[in-house]
Design a protein around this ligand. Structure first.
Ligand code: A3P
Length: 318
């Protein structure tokens, strides 16, 4: 594996595919008002969302998705080749990016272009990225999961810290041209998410077209589609002999990989780093009941009579 990184704006990038110049050019990218950006922290469902957006654009017709590789349909803005392709593509353009918000094209912030930001349970992102780092040759070998967990929690991985990425982008929530959607919501209700996306994009799809988007964006359909499963990617970039890009496509795979101790360590960092954000994600544990509303665990009525006297002074149970 090649595995050489350079730093840009405090974030690591692999030297194959990216360059300081391509990142500077991405920052200066001439954004058009009808651009649609598919933004994620890596391994959060980028190519899934790209497939959905491609299909919405085609009214559910899979022809475009089956004839043009995904990296040309929605090129990654920050790569040397993706930047060129994004500039050359006809409008309205679909553009993908893993950039943290502080490195994103400046012109976006004064445009009407739209960002769809897909988030995923960071424990699943960790596991997916761990496997991906073994097949994606520009990345360093991840070592053991324990070693990789340490680096991930420190933000010492390409594209930097998951926590900073998500916090940065979610600062835009409430903006008319920003939509955040989670991988878990896509899993639970893909059709509902497609409808939400259509509403955000101002597209009206018939029921049949919606069905076609859902069918063609399934894990099985994408795994079969050579334009979406990266089997056309050169071996020096992606070594699919070591595992597929579309690996499992499920939520909660972290439970098969992290020990209870590793999971608890992750939770501690997560709580610290996400404190005060004010967003509840599908993977967050249910909140504690508000203070004062917790009860002492009142026993069933018949037993209540035996429990005399009650103990109102006892502090509420957590
Ligand atoms: P796993 O490695 O957990 O399987 P990205 O596109 O951001 O690199 O994310 C890749 C992850 O999204 C992989 O996760 C991949 O399998 C999953 N994915 C891609 N398409 C999917 C689909 N149609 N349904 C479910 N998961 C999908």
């Amino acid at each position: 594996m090649a595995g050489g990184y350079f730093q840009h704006g405090g974030v690591s990038f692999p030297a194959i595919l990216y360059s300081p110049r391509s990142l500077e050019a991405a920052r200066e990218f001439p954004v058009e008002d009808d651009d649609v950006f598919n933004v994620t922290y890596q391994k959060s469902g980028t190519v899934w969302m790209l497939e959905i957006l491609s299909l919405i654009r085609s009214d559910g017709d899979p022809h475009w998705c089956r004839s043009v590789p995904n990296w040309d349909r929605g090129p990654w803005l920050e790569t040397v080749l993706g930047l060129r392709r994004a500039k050359a593509n006809p409008r309205p353009r679909l553009i993908s990016s893993h950039l943290p918000i502080q490195l994103f094209p400046k012109a976006f912030f004064s445009s009407k272009a739209k960002v769809i930001y897909t988030v995923r349970n960071p424990k699943d992102v960790l596991v997916s990225l761990f496997h991906f780092s073994r097949i994606f040759r520009p990345y360093k070998d991840p070592g053991t999961l324990e070693q990789f967990l340490h680096k991930f929690l420190q933000g010492d991985v390409p594209f930097g810290s998951w926590f900073e990425h998500v916090r940065g982008w979610l600062g835009l929530r409430g903006a008319h041209n920003f939509l955040c959607i989670s991988y878990e919501e896509l899993q639970q209700d893909l059709r509902g998410c497609v409808e939400r996306l259509c509403g955000f994009l101002g597209r009206e799809l018939s029921a049949a077209a919606l069905d076609a988007v859902v069918a063609n964006a399934s894990f099985a359909a994408m795994s079969r589609n050579r334009m979406s499963n990266f089997s056309l990617s050169p071996l020096f970039i992606l070594d699919l002999r070591r595992g597929p890009f579309l690996r499992k496509g499920i939520s909660g795979d972290w439970k098969n990989h992290l020990t209870p101790e590793q999971s608890a360590r992750f939770d501690r960092v997560y709580r610290e780093r996400m404190a005060g954000l004010g967003v509840t994600f599908p993977w967050d544990p249910p909140p504690d009941p508000p203070e004062g509303e917790t009860t002492l665990g009142t026993p069933p009525e018949e037993e209540e009579e035996e429990e005399t006297p009650p103990r109102p002074q006892e502090p509420p149970q957590p």
